[in-house]
Design a protein around this ligand. Structure first.
Ligand SMILES: Cc1cc2nc3c(=O)[nH]c(=O)nc-3n(C[C@H](O)[C@H](O)[C@H](O)COP(=O)(O)OP(=O)(O)OC[C@H]3O[C@@H](n4cnc5c(N)ncnc54)[C@H](O)[C@@H]3O)c2cc1C
Length: 399
């Protein structure tokens, strides 16, 4: 269960970056609620935000390197972390559905270059299709004459939506087939018919850009269909025959990304725990440090235990994914569920230990609690994770 020396080196490197380049600016970017391009530039120039870093971390056969790095970045600040790591959701979309050639073409483009960093977006959700991804309305129609796909629809709450160099968009090709009639497409920035809609103002992770993506007769070359036309036609034919198919595009992507989301949630929880522990040792009331009250020390004990157990679930899921072991008991969902709920409850308890100071915007715990709440919502709410786990455990098609 211990990290090897390479992993420990990366952990220290990313932690030092979080201390020196994230913590000092986190409050400012939360207040500004803008994309922190100078920070993205800095992360790219030192190599923490780069295709090479991601590729090396992803290639780690233990699966833990990326988890460790993400935990440290979110420990630094979840909004800043998401401003760079939001791109990895698009990368997961490319890994889940793209051919090796498409992955080689588009994954580096998601990051840009050290001197000209870019971000990427993965667009599934719509105003009327969040948890129920099978009801997407965004439509992709193939134009045989020009060998182009034409996309129409509006995506909601998309991280990096409209500012991304690469949008990976999930759309329905055959609405009669529900989720099995969907496919993923790459839409590069500047494609006519692709534009940003409203930008959302949020409760937390405010350094991360969230907006609508509008597709209005957006035409893309046939080769931008991930996986290619033959694979899609085969899949649709199987679905029409009623044969069991492998997972649909959006769900396959989320399976890959869930442990990574969990690792970020752990980073927030750990930040809050450490802050509360230090405060509890220093804050004196009734003539003694507040940690000398069992109500406080036991709360801290529970927080530490919750964090460590959630991290173990994240590491298990990441290790299984790296070794291509299927999540037969919903292990990816268990990791995301436990870690996101841990972040909410630990930051909430930390706030209580911080007292009045904790409730003010001078104190980072207030921000960490706001940030934590999105983790039980995006990439599948806690209820949806429970549904997936229940389906896996029971073998039933629970709805
Ligand atoms: C900051 C932010 C960033 C995001 N980034 C992205 C992104 O990059 N790409 C993207 O595609 N999407 C993104 N999303 C969208 C996000 O994934 C959805 O908001 C999420 O999946 C929930 O969907 P919904 O909001 O429609 O909620 P709903 O599906 O309407 O759910 C509302 C409530 O009902 C519950 N519920 C629904 N169905 C069931 C059920 N069957 N059983 C039990 N309970 C149920 C849910 O758990 C939830 O509590 C983002 C959202 C936010 C806020």
């Amino acid at each position: 269960m211990s990290l090897n020396s390479d992993q420990r080196t990366i952990q220290t490197w990313v932690h030092d970056f979080a201390v020196s380049s994230m913590r000092p600016i986190a409050h400012e970017w939360d207040e500004r609620e803008e994309t922190p391009w100078p920070f993205i530039q800095e992360a790219a120039s030192i190599g923490i935000y780069s295709f090479e870093f991601f590729a090396n971390a992803y290639a780690d056969p233990s699966g833990l390197t990326l988890m460790v790095a993400l935990e440290e970045l979110a420990w630094g600040d979840a909004g800043l972390c998401m401003s760079i790591m939001g791109s990895t959701l698009a990368v997961a979309g490319l890994l889940a559905a793209g051919t090796p050639e498409q992955q080689m073409e588009w994954i580096p483009a998601c990051f840009g270059t050290p001197s000209d960093p870019q971000v990427a977006a993965f667009a599934v959700s719509e105003a009327d299709a969040g948890s129920d991804v099978s009801s997407l309305r965004t439509r992709a129609v193939y134009d045989e004459a020009s060998d182009e796909w034409v996309l129409n629809g509006t995506k909601a709450w998309i991280t990096n939506g409209g500012i991304a160099a690469v949008h990976v968009v999930v759309a329905t090709v055959d609405p009669t087939l529900g989720a099995r009639g969907q496919a993923s497409f790459v839409i590069p920035a500047g494609t006519p018919g692709l534009r940003m809609g409203a930008k959302f103002q949020k409760m937390g992770i405010r350094a991360s850009h969230t907006a609508e993506v509008i597709l209005d007769d957006c035409r893309i070359p046939g080769r931008f269909l991930l996986g290619g036309r033959d694979r899609l036609e085969e899949r649709l034919a199987r679905a029409r025959e009623g044969a069991r198919s492998s997972q649909q595009a959006a769900m396959a992507t989320f399976e890959l990304s869930r442990p990574a989301v969990g690792a970020q949630a752990i980073g927030i929880a750990r930040a809050a725990f450490e802050f509360a522990l230090d405060h509890a040792k220093e804050r004196v009331q009734f003539g003694r440090p507040i940690i000398e009250n069992q109500a406080v020390s036991f709360a801290l004990t529970d927080m530490a235990t919750t964090i460590d157990s959630a991290r173990l679930l994240v590491w298990r899921a990441a290790s299984m994914a790296a070794q291509q072991q299927p999540f037969e008991r919903g292990e990816g969902s268990m990791a995301k569920l436990a870690a996101s709920e841990a972040a909410v409850s630990v930051t909430r308890q930390a706030l209580q230990i911080l007292g009045g100071y904790g409730y003010t915007r001078e104190c980072p715990v207030e921000r960490w609690h706001r940030d934590s709440l999105i983790y039980t919502i995006f990439e599948g709410t806690s209820e949806i994770q429970r549904l997936i786990i229940a389906r896996n455990l029971s073998g039933l098609k629970l709805r």
